[in-house]
Write a protein that binds this ligand. Structure first.
Ligand SMILES: [Zn+2]
Length: 85
């Protein structure tokens, strides 16, 4: 059941992002406690040392992708986490 609940949340977030509708979870961590049947939200701040969205990112493309795919992703994709950009 747990993968179904979390999968539904992830699918809903994906549809919202694709449609540009609603309020996404960007900048928030959603924690689900199945035993208590509760959801809690925690605000997340951008880490300037983050390898993905920090001031000097070292992750700049999909793992295992060729140089061409990495270059294409870097020029066409929005920042992965969307924080602070
Ligand atoms: Zn980050």
């Amino acid at each position: 059941m747990l993968p179904g609940v979390i999968g539904l949340v992830q699918a809903t977030e994906t549809v919202k992002l694709l449609l540009g509708k609603g309020q996404s979870l960007v900048g928030r961590l959603l924690v689900y406690d199945a035993l208590k049947m509760t959801f809690r939200e925690y605000a997340q701040r951008r880490d300037p040392r983050c390898a993905l969205c920090g001031e000097h990112p070292t992750i700049t493309g999909p793992a295992g992708a060729g140089a061409g795919a990495v270059a294409a992703a870097a020029t066409t994709a929005a920042p992965v986490c969307g924080l602070g950009s």
